[in-house]
Ligand binder design. Structure first.
Ligand code: PMP
Length: 403
């Protein structure tokens, strides 16, 4: 086979995204995808093409991305340890900062031990792969994050999906599957596209009745739900406990990396069995230091969590009063449904004209006809920002005939 033939066989794969992107290649898409913003430190504003806009789609829920204490901690780590870790954790990749960070995560999560990965994605893929394999069964919510889905596929376990936030359907799925091997149920605590919360107490009951372990991904829950931002167990007043808790350091915690918290036994197992941990470089020292400092600030400044919860509620109220739907959102993530992919891009462009950035989420990330702007309320916003944003989203929705 010559090289031309080899490339020709790849062509249908390359063509898919090339053609898809080309079909969407008009101004609204160009302005709303893969855009390089200059985000102002310590504020919620961003500059694009010389226009100063209020950022309403960022993930830094607690407004700590530009915090001077977090930045200072990262700089100090750079000075002390340099820019990289020169390898995997098992072989020369650990610094005392990584160990301090793991101890702090474990304390925060209320567990014996924690392990930090290079990303939240790697934490999910590695943890699922270390817990289940051929002969085991994983039960996942239809809206679980892609990194959970990918971890399940790679693990070789049998994968069963249940209807979103439907413990009754999960129960039927568990009852129908052979009751052998490890049975693992995985849900997101907060769903990143809808901003709704998993029904933890009922899920726990179903798991207990069917010999299943329960794992939660707290990516959008840490710092966001629970009276002090401790996540889904605190949100449900510690009525029940999960078996495996996992999250990222890239959202409310403004760094990079992922974490898992659990018993000493579980973490010991993951250290050797989670391949993205064992075979991939650790997060850099500056990232570890930033995460550690932000986690400490989160615990000292619970008013950030309260602000986000209160203002998200108020923001939803303003949209509802104008006749807009925010679907089932009850957290900092507030979706505004536009309809088709094109409608979402057009709506985002109109919002931009009116001073706010709301980034479109389109297929395949969300179902057909449910393309939306994914809005996130953060502690970098002021109450005046929230009022301004609500006004801009409502005015834009009228202009685009969404309401
Ligand atoms: N889980 C969920 C629910 C997420 O939303 C994300 C990121 N979008 C991840 C895991 C992956 O985290 P990271 O970006 O830190 O790899």
């Amino acid at each position: 086979m010559n090289a031309t033939e080899a490339w020709a066989r790849l062509e249908p794969k390359l063509a898919y995204f090339r053609d898809r992107v080309r079909s969407l290649e008009y101004e609204p898409v160009r302005k709303n995808s893969f855009v390089a913003y200059t985000v102002e430190r310590d504020s919620a504003y961003a500059d694009q093409d010389g226009q100063r806009l209020l950022m309403m789609s960022g993930y830094s829920y607690l407004g700590l991305a530009g915090d001077e204490r977090v930045v200072a901690a990262a700089k100090a780590a750079l000075d002390l340890y340099g820019t990289g870790n020169h390898g995997v954790r098992a072989l020369a990749g650990s610094t005392p900062l990584h160990e301090d960070l793991e101890a702090e995560v474990a304390r925060f999560a209320g567990r014996e031990r924690a392990l930090v990965f290079g990303s939240g994605y790697a934490a999910n893929v590695g943890t699922v792969g270390a817990l289940v394999g051929p002969g085991d069964t994983v039960f996942i919510d239809k809206y679980d994050h892609a990194s959970i889905v990918d971890g399940c596929k790679l693990s070789g376990a049998t994968v069963t999906r249940f209807r979103h936030n439907d413990p009754g359907h999960l129960e039927r799925r568990l009852a129908a599957a052979p009751d052998t091997g490890v049975r693992l149920v995985i849900v997101d605590s907060v769903y990143s596209m809808d901003g709704d919360i998993a029904p933890l107490v009922d899920l726990r009951k179903v798991c207990d009745a069917h010999n299943a372990l329960l794992m939660v991904d707290e990516a959008h829950a840490l710092g966001v739900i629970g009276a002090t931002g401790k996540g889904i167990e605190e949100h449900f007043d510690y009525e029940v406990k999960v078996d495996v808790k996992l999250g990222t350091l890239s959202k409310a915690i403004p760094s990079m990396g992922g974490w898992v918290a659990g018993s000493a036994d579980l973490i010991h197992h993951l250290k050797y069995a989670a391949r993205p941990f064992l075979f991939s470089a650790a997060l850099g020292p500056a990232q570890a230091a930033a995460a550690l400092e932000a986690l400490r600030i989160l615990q000292r400044e619970p008013q950030r969590v309260e602000f986000v919860q209160r203002e998200a509620e108020r923001f939803r109220g303003l949209l509802h009063a104008a006749g807009m739907s925010t679907v089932d959102s009850e957290t900092a993530v507030v979706p505004i449904i536009a309809g088709s992919d094109t409608a979402a891009y057009d709506y985002a462009t109109t919002c931009r004209k009116n001073g706010v950035i709301g980034l479109p989420v389109v297929t395949p990330a969300v179902p057909n006809d449910l393309a939306r702007l994914r809005i996130a309320i953060t502690a970098a916003h002021t109450t005046a920002d929230i009022d301004f944003a609500a006004d801009a989203f409502i005015t834009s929705a009228r202009e685009c005939r969404i309401i």
